[in-house]
Ligand binder design. Structure first.
Ligand code: SF4
Length: 376
């Protein structure tokens, strides 16, 4: 962490109860927020490597008893009950300080983000109170800050279609589903009965179908993790299916979360990651289609199905390699939600939380060329 944030002590300072359990800090009175959001709001001092702020206020519902699921790659999983305090667990690699929600609302209302936030996102967890508390957080946000659109990162396991309808009615703009795994086998192995976790592949796809119906085109998305053991063709098949339904794909590179069941797994290979980042961008934004792409027997992309000069222009834009997620108000192809260093170290960036410079693009090209897909 010290390489990501220049002043982690400040987080401890902001939480005076850092060394004790926090039985009273629960949503909706409290939320956790990403370190990047806390820095942007001026709640903690510190500077992110090569990026001054985030344009998305990422919030997480919080309960002392924590998430009841047990996903193998997640830092919040139940098996980590040995962690001294649920709020001390890391999530997508970074710390999530706990704050009073009314303070968050007041600070944003007063402009403490200096106009940087273009989106707010509520991440749900698997907990009996998560659905109801998400409604409360959303309602309070819309009453005070309706000009900043809200995304919901849902927990399909505890939700019914009526919940999506209610969220839309309360003002949520985008509904997303963290499918994470690209195949039913990997889903079961990492999030299902095999790891004593309650999630079911079928329920997640049902929620995606509800989202397409209730929220409509361009207003729903799916989170996917590249590098959980799927082939490039498999994960891009899901991207195409989501695009065909009218949604977008938000990609995360697998990076082993310390303390998770998969902490000893290798991070996603560079070549594989760059190819799926590029192909995902082509599918979501550049008129690409998986049926025009060519794959080898191992499911690696051999041909992206675009004329070489057009492909080179898109690569040189750097956009495919930036963090993918819900849009902001500037460029629909660029995510407001840049999740700085949520899937990699600053010294070896998988999802760039900022626009790439020429050196970054050269490095990305070398990574793709260095692990060229085998033809057979
Ligand atoms: S991409 Fe970001 S804003 Fe959108 S749902 Fe995911 S975490 Fe939330």
């Amino acid at each position: 962490m010290s390489s990501v944030i220049e002043n982690t002590q400040a987080i401890q300072f902001y939480r005076p109860d850092y060394h004790v359990k926090t039985p009273d800090m629960r949503s909706p009175e409290y939320v956790q927020m990403s370190t990047a959001a806390a820095i942007t709001l001026g709640l903690i001092p510190g500077k992110m490597h090569r990026t001054a702020c985030t344009h998305c206020l990422n919030l997480l519902v919080t309960y002392p008893e924590g998430c009841r699921a047990n996903c193998a790659y997640c830092g919040l999983a139940r098996h980590r009950e040995e962690a001294r305090d649920y709020a001390d667990r890391n999530f997508i690699r970074v710390d999530w300080p706990t704050v009073r929600y009314q303070d968050v609302l007041a600070r944003v209302k007063a402009g403490a983000d200096r106009g940087q936030f273009q989106r707010m996102c509520i991440s749900m967890i698997t907990h009996p109170s998560s659905d109801a508390d998400t409604f409360v957080l959303l309602e309070q946000w819309m009453a005070l800050l309706p000009h900043i659109p809200v995304s919901i990162l849902s927990n399909p396991t505890t939700m019914e279609k009526a919940d999506l309808i209610a969220l839309k009615r309360l003002g949520a703009e985008i509904f997303t589903v963290a499918l994470d795994a690209a195949t039913p086998t990997i889903f079961e192995r990492t999030r299902g009965k095999s790891v004593d976790s309650p999630h079911r592949w079928e329920k997640y796809w049902q929620a995606i179908e509800w989202a397409a119906e209730v929220f409509g085109p361009e207003r729903f998305g799916v989170h996917l993790i590249g590098g959980l053991g799927e082939t490039e063709q498999e994960i891009l098949g899901v991207c195409q299916r989501i695009k065909d339904m009218g949604g977008h794909n938000h990609m995360f590179g697998f990076y082993p979360e310390q303390g998770s069941l998969m902490e000893d797994w290798p991070a996603v290979a560079h070549g594989q990651w760059r190819r799926i980042q590029l192909a995902r961008f082509l599918i979501d934004y550049a008129g690409g289609h998986i049926s025009s792409m060519a794959f080898n027997a191992a499911g690696q992309v051999l041909d992206f199905g675009l004329p070489a000069d057009r492909l080179a222009d898109i690569i040189r834009s750097g956009k495919p390699f930036q963090t993918s997620g819900c849009p902001g108000s500037d460029d629909a192809e660029i995510s407001a939600c840049n999740r700085p260093y949520g899937d990699s170290k600053p010294s070896d960036i998988l999802s760039f939380p900022f626009a790439l410079n020429e050196l970054d693009i050269e490095m990305v090209q070398r990574q793709m060329a260095g692990e060229l897909a085998q033809k057979t």
